[in-house]
Design a protein around this ligand. Sequence first.
Ligand code: GRF
Length: 203
Amino acid sequence: LRIAVLASGRGSNFAALLAARERSELPVEFVLVASDKADAPVLQFAQSAGVPTTVLDPRGYSDRRAYDVALFDRIGASKPDLLVLAGFMRIIDGEALKPWTGRMINIHPSLLPKYRGLHTHRRALKAGDLEHGASVHYVTAELDGGPVIAQTILPIEAGDNENTLAARLLPLEHQLLPAVVALLAAGRLALSEEGITFDNQPL
Ligand code: GRF
């Protein structure tokens, strides 16, 4: 499976994918890491692993659509089978996404459908939730709203704050994302009009 990763920042989820591949747990090839930020640390992870990178600065484009057309042109040129959003902090135009339906996933730090968008840890705490978590979902035009493939759950403890919660969740994300990518690489997951199938059964 040829994978292109889109990421804006730290890149720890991409690093977890690389590590899983190193351990021979992921039969995949990373064909591109694309970022909207020239100084994103994720680019260094990619470069030291020999993965090609590309940076597209949104400031060079008149609007979102123009940017996304250029971005997805570049991504398409590396002929990926799957796109993984791993901390890509931009909303993507619905038209640009359409050709990738069922071939694009995102990791989001909440138990979707709760807390789409930003500040998920803060919102879970504020709501008094007893548990928090992360979700991997297929990407659709609805922000953080596509069908959920898998989730990891984390109990919220008394005294938790945004930082402690984020710090405990991250290692769980690093297990969840490679696990889902492994299922995709094995051809065990698919998205159809009826929803997700796992081993050809509705999820
Ligand atoms: C993660 O919390 C992920 O769930 C969210 O953005 C963060 C990215 O972290 N979408 P990293 O760049 O992978 O370290």
